[in-house]
Design a protein around this ligand. Structure first.
Ligand SMILES: [Zn+2]
Length: 254
């Protein structure tokens, strides 16, 4: 009987021990939950923050890359009849004189070019037109359309004729701030000393004759000896060596 009691007591003790172990287990589990899972939630938000930080850092890095890519590419931005000035295209303009502005990144080369040209004895040179805002382009464009309409042309015909000489607003290289028209903006410029000098030297300053006679079918712009475009020295040299126009070159280096 006593033996039975002892056994029962042991069994009871064992049950208590098991229960205690279970309680301790539960407590430990709760502790683990409190210690790891709840803070983990917090850490999660920390991680999120870090991740956000990382993302924005990556963004910055990407932006940096884009910026450096842009720094390479802005010189070759193609604006023509089928390529509109990119949305949000950013440029900083600096004044050439009271009325005319040029891209701040390229203005030095334009000024150096003109200065050196003058030093070489080409006195008869001036910038007729450089940067044109899209609004200004709209005015120039509309005036020309109006001019043709007054000559009895239909709207469609007037636009067609206008677009042979003036690009649609947003489709003009002048909207980029990297193009310059010299002197009287007409065919006689080809006969000038200035033109001869430019043909010889402009590439050294990063400028190219943008609408050559033999590329009319590609540029879709009638030969313009007065219109010069900044593309950077390296590009200008290569473009001339390859005998390409900007459209061809941009395609070529893709
Ligand atoms: Zn022009």
């Amino acid at each position: 009987m006593e033996e039975q009691n002892r056994k029962r007591k042991i069994k009871f003790n064992k049950r208590i021990i098991r229960r205690n172990i279970l309680i301790v287990g539960i407590i430990i589990l709760i502790c683990i939950i409190i210690k790891f899972i709840i803070p983990k939630k917090k850490t999660n938000s920390n991680t999120n923050t870090i991740e956000v930080a990382k993302v924005s850092k990556t963004n910055i890095q990407e932006k940096d890359n884009t910026t450096s890519k842009e720094q390479l590419d802005w010189k070759l931005t193609l604006v023509n009849q089928s390529n509109k000035l990119p949305e949000n295209y950013e440029m900083k303009l600096l004044s050439i004189d009271e009325y005319r502005k040029f891209d701040s990144r390229a203005i030095k080369y334009l000024q150096d070019m003109i200065e050196d040209m003058r030093e070489d004895g080409v006195r008869n040179i001036w910038v007729q037109s450089s940067y044109r805002s899209v609004e200004e382009q709209t005015t120039v464009y509309n005036n020309k359309v109006q001019y043709y309409k007054e000559q009895g042309k239909t709207e469609k015909e007037a636009k067609r004729l206008t677009e042979q000489i003036i690009n649609k607003p947003g489709y003009s290289e002048h909207n980029l701030g990297l193009a310059v028209d010299f002197n009287y903006v007409n065919g006689t410029f080809e006969e000038t000393k200035a033109f001869a000098w430019l043909k010889e030297n402009a590439e050294k300053y990063g400028f190219i004759l943008r609408y050559p006679k033999e590329k009319e079918n590609i540029t879709k712009v009638t030969y313009e000896p007065w219109h010069w475009r900044y593309v950077g020295k390296e590009n200008a040299k290569k473009i001339n060596e390859l005998g390409m126009c900007l459209e061809e070159y941009v395609e070529y280096i893709k």
